[in-house]
Design a protein around this ligand. Structure first.
Ligand SMILES: Nc1ncnc2c1ncn2[C@@H]1O[C@H](COP(=O)(O)OP(=O)(O)OP(=O)(O)O)[C@@H](O)[C@H]1O
Ligand SMILES: [Mg+2]
Length: 306
């Protein structure tokens, strides 16, 4: 019998949902629970699945999702490459690279965008997670819109950069910036699928239409294969009715897109970022780490990751 989270709630706030079940949309919305087996098949060794983590709204959990989904896929034996495609370079810091190193243009994704003949392999770094590599971001990515405004085929730059390593990875995850500008269009053009993290908060729902419409435009104009793998509810607070209401709202508006896995709100994520580690290493047995592991298994079972 699952232990009730009432026992551990703070400030007298109560939840009637057992803590272990917080990570499932179906359970929170009172539907039949879904099961994603702990044991998954090994990857088929096909060319890498490229997945963009996108939402033009800031602070919704894109970077956190990129790092922790990547680490969870690596735990499942996938060869994973992460790309920091945001000028804030939060992912690069979150993986333990210091501020001085981030200022170096050479060896970053910005450097590759500016020299499309450079071999991407020279910029790939190892993370502390076995099987998970990454490419650094750079603050100058902030100038991408104006830098490439008159560039011919500017949407295709990232696709060209990644082409040589598609056979060397199973999954490539791109951490996008909170905008739908040149960089995000490049990421969507290079991708097979998109995950849209969405904070369980009312105003966040209002922005979802804009992301899905942008994706439709990319599909129509440049990348007909692009699919939305799912909307991921993040920062779910089991102590508030509001989180549950927002979840019900997205389930109503985007029934086919809302992923079953939910990421709980917990300070462990900020703590793990400070330590420069994924939560799967920092707090390996926590519910938060397990929610990202479940996301990895859900994606694989839906055919959204290799
Ligand atoms: N599930 C969560 N529970 C609590 N805090 C979280 C959770 N996910 C992320 N955070 C924290 O929220 C902040 C924003 O998260 P994150 O950087 O992943 O968002 P983002 O969408 O990448 O932001 P930006 O749009 O600025 O790139 C960070 O401090 C992070 O540690
Ligand atoms: Mg980010």
């Amino acid at each position: 019998m699952a232990k009730s989270s009432q026992d551990i709630s703070r400030f007298g706030a109560k939840s009637t949902i057992p803590e272990e079940d917080q990570s499932s949309t179906a359970v929170v919305l009172g539907k039949k629970p879904l099961d994603f087996p702990e044991k998954v098949n090994p990857p088929k060794g096909e060319k890498a699945r490229v997945i963009s983590i996108v939402n033009q709204k800031g602070g919704v959990g894109k970077t956190t999702t990129t790092i922790n989904l990547g680490a969870s896929l690596a735990e499942l034996g996938r060869r994973v490459l992460l790309i920091d495609f945001d000028s804030q370079a939060s992912m690069t810091s979150g993986l333990g690279i210091n501020q001085v190193a981030i200022q170096e243009q050479y060896g970053s994704i910005w450097h590759l965008l500016n020299d499309l003949n450079e071999d991407v392999r020279g910029t790939i770094l190892k993370t502390s997670v076995p099987g998970m590599d990454f490419i650094r971001g750079h603050y100058d990515l902030a100038g991408a819109d104006s830098r490439f405004a008159s560039e011919i085929a500017k949407e295709l730059m990232l696709r060209k950069i990644l082409a040589p390593v598609l056979s060397e990875y199973d999954d490539i995850l791109i951490d996008c910036s909170p905008s739908l500008g040149t960089l995000t269009v490049n990421a969507l053009t290079a991708s097979d699928g998109v995950i849209i993290p969405m904070e369980c908060e009312f105003f966040a729902v209002l922005g979802l239409d804009l992301v899905t419409k942008t994706i439709e435009k990319i599909v129509a104009a440049i990348n007909p294969h692009l699919e939305i793998y799912g909307i991921l509810a993040t920062m779910f607070d089991r102590k508030t009715a509001h989180s549950k209401e927002v979840l019900a709202l997205i389930a109503g508006q985007f029934p086919a897109l809302l992923l079953d896995t939910i990421i709980p709100r917990t300070v462990r994520f900020s703590e793990s970022t400070v330590k420069g580690m994924p939560i799967t290493t920092f707090a390996s047995s926590s519910a938060a780490a397990n929610s990202y592991r479940r996301l990895a298994r859900e994606l694989i079972s839906r055919g959204g990751a290799n």
